[in-house]
Ligand binder design. Structure first.
Ligand code: ATP
Length: 359
């Protein structure tokens, strides 16, 4: 299911937190939102899973205005894993996961054998079957996160909104969960989580073979590189850049938006691009969504285009051909906020002016 966000603006307490953001997630893709703390990622995502309403602008699912979709139908279509989603009530793990089935039930009291089967499968998929009778409140942060992912799995959504899904997870679980998200409903082979058996497995994985469209706010840029098809970089409530992860996350952008010096290295096994970071002198807190000023010095030092991210229009306006660490110009990343039109970048340049290196 395609998710379209058109000129979305969110204002709260007199501050504009999201500025006319326009973005799209194609059906079945994993789209990452990255950006500094307070840049507006959660505020934007909350409008997609209807925890909040935008001040203006529209969210569309396959072209249909979300506002015109009945609440229960919307709950069937969109599952969310909010940043703070712990239950205050003393529910068991099984009960928490069963909540994912509520939008599919005629009556809350009517849990079918099929619901139970899907919930058990979802728990199995996240490796939490042994926790099923535990009180949710007694779980560790990582265990809670896995259970909430199981709840989303059991819901069998067409759109999955994840706000920092790897919060609280150890490194193995971070990889496991994002692998699960990445391959959710895709080919069962090689899934590593019981894939390849078909049958009941398919029921949790997806609907008729289609996988959900995923919108995920991520802080770990290496996980974003590895698991996302596309990235939107959010800075001060606006889109600072958009495109394939390896093209978007270049040294200039990372210095300008995050205030860090980045070095690209190549994973010795997979050959995938990985990023290493150093702090930039004068780096630190980038501008908040409400426009509070921050590391102008770092942005200027890093980008050579001072305030690139903080003076954007919120729409992608120009196109730059990006060069990968192999030195080849391989693709297109849409940029916002730079004066002038397209720019062809043949040599990615680090914050210090040195080309990115692959040791
Ligand atoms: N109801 C509100 N009233 C005023 N300001 C708000 C409100 N909700 C959020 N904000 C502010 O909006 C900004 C964006 O918050 P948001 O949670 O969307 O950022 P984020 O990018 O998800 O941050 P993080 O990465 O830290 O989770 C922050 O400065 C936050 O303090």
């Amino acid at each position: 299911m395609r998710v379209g966000i058109d000129a979305l603006t969110v204002e709260r307490s007199g501050a504009r937190l999201v500025h006319e953001v326009t973005m799209e997630a194609r059906s079945g893709t994993v789209v990452g939102l990255v950006g500094p703390n307070g840049s507006g990622k959660s505020t934007l995502l909350r409008c997609v899973y209807r925890a909040d309403r935008p001040s203006s602008g529209v969210v569309r699912l396959d072209g249909t205005d979300l506002d015109s979709i009945p609440e229960k139908e919307g709950a069937r279509l969109v599952a969310a894993l909010p940043q703070e989603s712990g239950s205050e009530f003393d529910f068991s793990v099984e009960e928490i996961v069963a909540m994912g089935r509520i939008p599919h039930q005629r009556s809350v009291a009517r849990t079918s054998a099929e619901d139970e089967r899907l919930c058990a499968l979802a728990l199995e998929r996240v490796g939490a079957t042994a926790l099923r009778q535990r009180s949710f409140l007694t779980l560790s942060g990582g265990e809670k996160q896995r259970v909430l992912i199981a709840r989303a799995l059991a819901q069998r959504p067409r759109v999955l909104v994840l706000d920092e899904p790897t919060n609280h997870l150890d490194v193995a679980q971070q990889l496991e969960v994002l692998h699960l998200v990445r391959h959710w409903g895709a080919g069962r082979e090689g899934d590593g989580l019981g894939g390849g058996r078909g049958g009941a497995q398919d029921d949790v994985d997806g609907r008729g073979g289609g996988r959900p469209t995923v919108l995920a706010a991520l802080h770990d840029l290496n996980l974003a590189l590895r698991y996302c098809d596309e990235l939107y970089v959010i800075s001060a409530g606006r889109i600072a850049a958009h495109g394939p992860p390896a093209e978007v996350l270049d040294a200039e952008l990372l210095a300008g938006v995050f205030g860090v010096r980045a070095h690209r290295v190549t994973h010795p096994g997979s050959g995938a691009v990985q990023l290493l970071f150093d702090r930039l002198p004068g780096g630190g807190a980038p501008p908040a969504a409400d426009g509070s000023p921050a590391n102008t010095e770092a942005r200027a030092a890093g980008s050579g285009h001072a305030d690139r991210a903080s003076h954007t229009t919120g729409r992608t306006t120009d196109t730059a051909d990006r060069t990968t660490d192999t030195g080849r110009t391989t693709g297109t990343a849409d940029r916002t906020g730079r004066a002038g039109g397209s720019a062809s970048v043949t040599e990615p340049v680090s914050a210090s002016g040195n080309p990115l290196h692959s040791p």
